[in-house]
Each structure stands twice: as C-alpha cells, then as structure tokens.
Design a protein around this ligand. Sequence first.
Ligand code: GSH
Length: 268
Amino acid sequence: MSTARIQPTACAFSSTIKQHLRLRPQPSLCFNHGAIRGRGTLRRTLRVYMSSAPSPSPLEICVKASVTTPSKLGDCPFCQRVLLTLEEKHVPYDMKLVDLKHKPEWFLKINPEGKVPVINLSEKWVSDSDVITQALEEKFPSPPLGTPPEKASVGSKIFTTFIGFLKSKDPNDGTEQALLSELGSLNEYLKENGPFINGKDISAVDLSLGPKLYHMEIALGHYKKWTVPDSLPSVKSYMKTIFSRDSFIKTRAQPQDVIEGWRPKVEG
Ligand SMILES: N[C@@H](CCC(=O)N[C@@H](CS)C(=O)NCC(=O)O)C(=O)O
C-alpha cells in the first residue's frame, strides 16, 4: 500500500511557479494547485509531496486534464498507470494538466506527437507508458515492481475486447462473449496465483491492468448497464483490491470523465 501522505514541511512551489503566481509557500498544505498563464494558454499544475525520506525534486509529468473539471486529473488509463508507478515507488511528481482538445504550444514542443503521458527524466522528455514505467523501474528500483516476462501478458486482451463490446450495437455479435472469455481466463489465473498477477505483491502488470478495468467497469456500467458477473469472483475481488489502494484512489479519474471520454466511441 502506498504510504503517501501530506507532509507539511516539504511545501514549496518551484521558482517558476512562484515567479508566475507570486504565491508564498503554504506551510499547512502539500497538495497544491497552481496555474501558469503563458502565451495565452493556461498551464495547470498539481504538485504532490510524498512521505519517503530522501525527497528528490519532483518529476514533471504531463497528464490528461479532466474535461468536466479542468483543474483535475482526467481519464487517461496510461497516465494513471504511470502515476500509480510513481505513487507505489514513493517518487514525488509535479503534474502538468494538459487539455487534449486544445493542446498548448508548450506541450507540443515537449511532445510533437501530442500524446500523454510524457515525463521529464534526467532532462529528457520521455513518452509512452511502456517506456516510462520501464525507465522508472531502472531509475527507482525500490520497491521492485517488475513483472516476470511470462506473466506480463496476463489480462492483456481485456482492454481491446472491452472496447469491442462497448462499441457494439448488436447484442449477438459475440463481443460480450469475447470479453467474458478474457475475464474468465483472468479469473482462473487469479484463483490459482493471486491475489495479484505476480502473487502476493502488486507489480507493473497490475498497475497497467487496474486502470483499464476501472474504465471497463464505469463505461460498461453506464452505457450497457453491464457488470462483471458473480461467476467471476476472483476478478471481482482483484478489482476491489486494486481500486481501494491509496495509490489508486489518489490517481483515479472521475467517473463522469470516464463516461465522457468513451462517449465518442459509443456514439460514433
Ligand atoms: N501507447 C501510449 C498511449 C497514450 C495515449 O493514447 N494517450 C491518449 C490519452 S489516453 C492521448 O494522449 N491521446 C492524444 C489525443 O487525444 O489527442 C501509452 O501507453 O502511453
């Protein structure tokens, strides 16, 4: 479990933020929202302080902003995967919330591809959650979160089968069955090997799958009134365990953003 908590003495804004905002550090709060206006764009930042002893300067990470509440984190499962990794490793970070509908110039300079997450590691901006989480494992090996290669693909077809079912307009086209079959395989696997995919400890594969299952639960619940059946108890308890971790609660998207995020796929 993450031991992230508010740490009063560690509060400080970066000099850039101080310069722009002319704010004084707030001694009693370590979860600060800020906004930087530059060249007509609003750049939101959210600095999170962690409780681990040596506190290196926070890593800058660009993540999707909420579409319903722009000052909050949005509904990108790949961003959440990276944030979960940072939380589980107790690495402090500084979120830059990016409005993906109106990508600011500063963000496109950082990542011309225009995708989040992007993280600043050793003065280099790195994109793609696969690459980022691997780099974080190397840079911050403790606690180890690596998943053995033979277990890394467990549950890997769930996200695409969920999207197929979500987009489907024909109840008899087999898309629900395809999802149930993938969830059924995960259920069998967890029954034998759980509670996590690598056994007793959470690892990278869970941090990737967890946000996708969260999207599945919210989107299918809303658009199809569908829930994971009771015949898959190991999957249900796996979801419950991951969703109730401190790290997950702190980094999860708001349900209304998940619903809005999937709307074009459902209606398109
Ligand atoms: N393979 C990438 C996928 C990242 C991705 O697709 N991010 C989406 C947000 S969830 C994005 O930035 N989309 C760009 C856009 O919407 O314009 C990863 O794992 O990081």
